[in-house]
Design a protein around this ligand. Structure first.
Ligand code: SF4
Ligand code: SF4
Length: 290
């Protein structure tokens, strides 16, 4: 029988602490792989990459349950209807009381391999028990609520996509992802229709009458969802993940975020447990595991 305190020393396998200590089987991503943040070197990065491509990416083919949800840039949502709390970065920050920020493991790996990303490196945010875990294990620094908000603004300025788990419950992390180095977003970008896989209730729309064809939005979009047709920008709906990044930098204010119609809204799970059950079912397994 494995003594629980031995497990505590095996934090690389995933342990979190709340009022009472408890243990859980962490997934590979977000989980075991991110917890290697302070152990990265050129050799193990190659091994992680091999496992990621041959194990994770290969096994993801045919899956229908998306674990990630894109959280749109909040100030770009001008929709009359109420924005759901799980779609508001400000709500996620306000409902948490402890905050930590760590380097993004994707961009840190790239830097070690000599392919440095020019976007914000210290951008991986955790809250509550997840923040405790990251701080306790020397992977993140504790920050104030105000600094957490500033980091999220900086991430938006840098053109990073806010992502978190696809459920309505309390969020314990926000990833700020780039399309060039982030494993999840890069995987999505390679897909023909990332807009159908990513879980977001919005898409971008260009007003062709005011667009001056400057192409700023093309550089801004992380998933290649915008093309120029007769020198006017046009959004490819099947590629748009509804992040809102293109809206803020359009000099003519020609882009707006549109709420999807009922029937096209992406499914959101009740909480982490509900999501884990759905993901297990998607792979033919039971959760909690037998
Ligand atoms: S940034 Fe705005 S004005 Fe420039 S091409 Fe895109 S939609 Fe048109
Ligand atoms: S077009 Fe690109 S940048 Fe704009 S909302 Fe869609 S995915 Fe985001």
């Amino acid at each position: 029988m494995i003594h629980l305190e031995n497990l505590a020393g095996m934090s690389r396998y995933g342990r979190m602490r709340a009022k009472f200590r408890y243990y859980f089987l962490a997934p590979w991503m977000v989980g075991i792989w991110e917890f290697q943040l302070n152990r990265l070197n050129k050799e193990n990065i190659q091994l992680y990459e091999k496992f990621h491509q041959e194990g994770i990416v290969a096994s993801a083919k045919g899956r229908r349950v998306g674990g990630f949800r894109v959280i749109p840039v909040e100030r770009e949502i001008k929709d009359d209807r109420e924005i759901q709390p799980y779609e508001k970065v400000s709500e996620i920050i306000e409902t948490n009381s402890k905050f930590a920020v760590a380097d993004c493991i994707c961009r840190k790996e790239s830097e070690i391999l000599g392919d440095k990303c020019d976007k914000l490196l210290e951008a991986c945010m955790t809250f509550g028990v997840a923040a405790d875990y990251y701080i306790e294990n020397g992977m993140a620094r504790e920050i104030s609520k105000e600094e957490a908000k500033q980091i999220l603004y900086k991430a938006e300025e840098d053109g990073l996509v806010h992502c978190s788990s696809n459920h309505k419950g309390n969020k314990i992390f926000i990833c700020n992802c780039c399309g060039c180095h982030c494993k999840a977003l890069a995987f999505l970008t390679k897909h023909n229709m990332p807009g159908l896989i990513s879980q977001s209730n919005y898409y971008a729309l260009v007003d062709a009458a005011t667009c001056d064809g400057c192409t700023t939005c093309i550089d801004r979009c992380q998933v290649n969802a915008i093309e120029m047709i007769d020198e006017i920008a046009a959004v490819k709906r099947e590629r748009c993940i509804g992040c809102g990044l293109c809206v803020s930098t359009c000099p003519t204010g020609s882009i707006s975020m549109v709420h999807k119609q009922p029937g096209y809204l992406s499914h959101i799970y009740d909480d982490d447990f509900d999501l884990m059950q759905a993901r297990a079912k998607d792979t033919g397994k039971a959760f909690p595991f037998d």
